[in-house]
Every structure is written in C-alpha cells, then in structure tokens.
Write a protein of this length. Structure first.
Length: 130
C-alpha cells in the first residue's frame, strides 16, 4: 500500500501531490490493479490535512480512470500507467541509489541533487527531441 507524504517545497498543492504520488506508484508498479488506496480518514490522520483535499485527489484519479470508489469499502486501483518492464526498474533504481550516494559523498544537499537531476533530465529530453 502507498504511504503518502507532503513536501511544502514542491510548489504543488497537497491534493496535486497526492495525485502525483499515486500516478508515480502506478507507473513504477508499486500500485497495481485491485490494490486499495489508503482510506481518506487514515490519510487525514497521517498528514493532518482536510478530508476534502484527499477526496479531491481521489476524484481526480477516478475521473482519469485510474481508480474507482466503492461506497463503504474504499477506493481501488482500476488502471495502470506502467509502460516498461518491471524487471528493468529494479536495476535502474539500484543505479540511481548508487548515483545518489556519490552525490551525497560529493557534498550535495537534497535541493542541489534535485536541481542537478532535473536540469540534466530536461537537457537529455531536449537532446533526444532535437
């Protein structure tokens, strides 16, 4: 089951962060069809946010065809965003963890690592398009 977290520095509203986290979990195979999302009351208790924020996120995911609410039971995954092989994700994740370790040993803090990754990713995407 997914465990949500909020990042005040992300620039995204709390509901958008929840949607993004579910979408990432679906893309990486952490969540699969049939899995249940955390109950609204549990997310509210964990994150100390308004229930309407969680409901808004779940509604958006439902409108996207990724989840379905079952009244009195919960919200369940009905779609997926996984494109690649789940077998390839494990080794890639290990490589990325090694890279993160190198970045930390080089003295980079979280914001510097994130900035380096994002700018390098954007540059690589631009190069692939050109």
């Amino acid at each position: 089951m997914i465990e949500f977290h909020l990042d005040g520095r992300s620039g995204l509203s709390p509901y958008q962060q929840l949607v993004q986290q579910v979408r990432h979990a679906l893309r990486l195979g952490v969540l699969r069809e049939g899995d249940q999302l955390p109950k609204v009351k549990d997310v509210v208790a964990q994150l100390a946010i308004n229930p309407n924020t969680v409901l808004k996120a779940y509604r958006e995911l439902e409108h996207s065809g990724l989840v379905a609410a079952r009244p009195g039971v919960g919200t369940f995954v009905t779609g997926t965003l996984a494109e690649g092989s789940f077998a390839a994700i494990g080794p890639l994740r290990q490589d990325l963890r090694r890279w993160l370790g190198k970045a930390r040993r080089a003295g980079l803090d979280d914001e510097s690592i994130e900035a380096l990754f994002q700018t390098t990713f954007r540059d690589a995407v631009r190069e692939d398009i050109a």
